[in-house]
Write a protein that binds this ligand. Structure first.
Ligand code: DC
Length: 234
């Protein structure tokens, strides 16, 4: 039985993290944890309770909400205070505020603690912006996914169209550029390529190719681990 490991996948919006992470988890029989969905759920809680986006109010809010991730036959579902909000958290009002909410240090502190609890026993694929750098800096396999902004926007338009939202490509490009700027320039846990992460440019790769790349990295780690625990570190 191969050792259950922690795989982290970070990168900017639209680089293909969620689909790739979900498929890698399915293939390995691991749990998939979409940390972006957790930041989105807190943002939705702030919208629904008309919470001002101040440090004080967001800190009070985040300790009073319950966020759960569950898997059913429709895939991963996000529950906020027991209610399934998986589709609601993809709406534009949440998307446009989530960078501000996720920049708040106490929101991050709270969610990072939750993410560490969820992943501590291994057998997980976790995706986000700071997973390999802050949440699990000692993860066994760390991946940094990137893609050109034009390709990321094209994918986002495709996803949103499938959800029934009508969006304009130029607007999506502008939104992604702005989100990149906010995510990379915030003071707490900015989006960076984590130390030791393997960078995969997905612009011209298919999802299946990306998934295979990561499974190969996981298998290599597991083989090396098996070798070292069996024959020692020679
Ligand atoms: O991956 P996504 O678009 O669902 O993420 C939503 C937002 O949450 C994104 O703007 C950055 C933030 N985020 C974060 O700051 N840290 C994470 N680990 C995951 C997401």
């Amino acid at each position: 039985m191969p050792v259950p490991i922690i795989i982290t996948i970070d990168g900017p919006a639209g680089a293909g993290k969620s689909t790739t992470a979900r498929k890698v988890a399915e293939h390995l029989g691991y749990i998939y944890i979409d940390t972006g969905a957790m930041y989105r759920a807190v943002t939705l809680a702030a919208i629904e309770s008309s919470t001002a986006l101040t440090t004080e109010d967001l800190c009070a809010l985040v300790t009073n909400v319950t966020i759960e991730l569950r898997t059913d036959d429709r895939g991963q579902r996000t529950l906020l205070n027991g209610v399934d909000v998986s589709d609601r958290i993809r709406q534009p009002d949440v998307t446009s505020l989530v960078s501000r909410v996720s920049a708040e240090p106490c929101v991050r502190e709270h969610l990072v603690a939750l993410q560490r609890m969820m992943g501590q026993h291994g057998g997980v694929v976790m995706d986000g912006r700071d997973i390999g750098s802050v949440v699990f800096p000692h993860a066994h396999v760390k991946v940094y996914l990137v893609a050109s902004i034009a390709e990321r926007a094209r994918r986002r338009v495709q996803d949103l169209t499938a959800l029934g939202q009508h969006v304009n490509l130029d607007e999506v490009i502008a939104q992604i550029a702005e989100r990149d700027r906010l995510d990379s320039s915030r003071q707490t846990s900015p989006l960076i390529k984590p130390d030791g992460a393997v960078e995969i440019d997905t612009t011209h790769r298919t999802i299946d190719e990306q998934v295979d790349d990561i499974i190969q990295l996981a298998r290599n780690y597991q083989k090396a681990y098996h070798y070292i625990t069996t024959y020692g570190n020679m």
